[in-house]
Design a binder for this molecule. Structure first.
Ligand SMILES: *Cc1c(COP(=O)(O)O)cnc(C)c1O
Length: 382
């Protein structure tokens, strides 16, 4: 056994002036949130994406919790969520008493199946939560049409999709609300962090209140009220300016980060095409009308046993690959709180066969070639 993995699955990195900016905010003597670098991060997201407002938060999970509060989720409501996603997508709504209605995924993009979405709508459906898996856009034309016809809210969980586009429009700008993650496993990071993107102006004022423990503190600091007080529900969802300083150092070079990831993604795709054809392995599918965000590179092995052998094979060679997600409808909490009226056979199958290769901004060509070379030695049939 090797003591250290030669190539980890993920590794965070310095992309620009993160440390300089942290030193500046600390020297300035004010490190709480909603000032300085936090405002600069928000402004950058707002002007780049063209959203009505962007609020930096402690995590994507918390931004999702804010979204559930903002759209007034209450016990008995139903929320349509892909089963193939991270737990936070469902938890945020379940915390408010909603029943997750789990939707299967498309076998090509692994995004929520838009036809299943329309079949799962009931009179109690309050929201649809598309997750742009791997940063490839869901079929938003169809999902928007379904939602708009019934007056149902859309909250995009865009944790994977920052700076990706669907039919030329930024991911995160389709729903009334969208959420971003800056967790260390995401393209752009500050360790732990997130953002709530607001496309519908009507949510802005209340979102500021929810984020500030249910107080009108933001209005107070803008001089719009002469004292601040408790006016609504809320929690502590503001990102510290120390983290925002780190985040701004990455966000201001987002195009360079995305270019690095674009190269890594295509190098994998080119290096593994022949091997994948010979071995019955499927590479990621990106439709023509989607500009992906280059969040991950996954492989679909022919079956669960070859996938498990693959992970062990790479690990023996010092390369860490991982799988995800246990479909939420089959998890202990998801099966207790949620329902999957149409079943989710595609997600169940994909979940057993998917593996993600090492993918991080500073993955060197040399290391990536080593990964590709070892993958090419793997035989799916033993
Ligand atoms: C990472 C992730 C989250 C949670 O992000 P945090 O910032 O860690 O709360 C939510 N949804 C999806 C799809 C994710 O990948």
């Amino acid at each position: 056994m090797l003591a250290e993995p030669r190539i980890p699955f993920n590794r965070s990195s310095i992309e620009g002036k993160e440390l300089e900016y942290i030193a500046q905010t600390v020297a300035h003597g004010q490190i709480a949130g909603n000032q300085g670098y936090s405002l600069r991060c928000q402004q950058l997201l707002k002007s780049t994406l063209g959203v009505a407002e962007a609020l930096a938060t402690t995590s994507c999970t918390h931004a999702l919790e804010m979204a559930a509060l903002l759209i007034g989720i209450k016990p008995g409501d139903e929320v349509i969520i892909p089963t193939f996603t991270f737990v936070s997508t469902a938890n945020a709504f379940a915390l408010r008493g909603a029943q997750p209605v789990f939707c299967d995924i498309r076998p090509d993009t692994l995004n929520m199946d838009e036809e299943a979405v329309s079949a799962l709508i009931t009179d109690r459906t309050k929201a649809i939560v598309p997750v742009h898996y791997a940063g490839v856009g869901c079929e938003m034309d169809s999902i928007l049409e379904t939602a708009n016809r019934r007056g149902i809210a859309i909250v995009e969980d865009n944790a994977h999709g920052l700076f990706g586009k669907y039919k030329g429009k930024w991911l995160g700008t389709f729903g009334g609300l969208a959420t971003q993650s800056f967790h260390e496993t995401k393209n752009i990071t500050c360790g732990e962090g997130g953002a709530l993107l607001i496309n519908d102006q009507a949510y802005v004022e209340r979102a500021e209140v929810l984020r500030e423990k249910g107080t009108n503190r933001s209005r107070f600091f803008r001089g719009q009220v002469d004292k601040y007080t408790w006016v609504d529900l809320g929690s502590s969802y503001v990102m510290s300016d120390v983290l925002a300083a780190f985040l701004f150092g990455q966000l201001e070079v987002w195009e360079e980060v995305q270019e690095k990831r674009r190269r890594i993604w295509h190098r994998y795709a080119q290096g593994l095409t022949d091997w994948s054809h010979a071995q019955g392995v499927r590479l990621p599918h990106v439709p023509e009308h989607c500009d992906q965000a280059y969040h991950m590179f996954y492989l679909l092995l022919p079956d669960g046993s070859s996938r498990d052998r693959f992970i062990a094979f790479l690990k023996q060679r010092g390369i860490y690959s991982v799988f995800h997600y246990i479909p939420l409808h089959s998890s202990p909490m998801g099966s207790q709180l949620g329902v999957a009226p149409l079943g989710c056979p595609v997600a169940t199958d994909i979940s057993e066969r998917l593996v993600r290769l090492p993918f991080y901004n500073q993955l060197t060509q040399e290391d990536q070639d080593f990964v590709i070379e070892k993958v090419q030695c793997f035989q799916t049939r033993c």
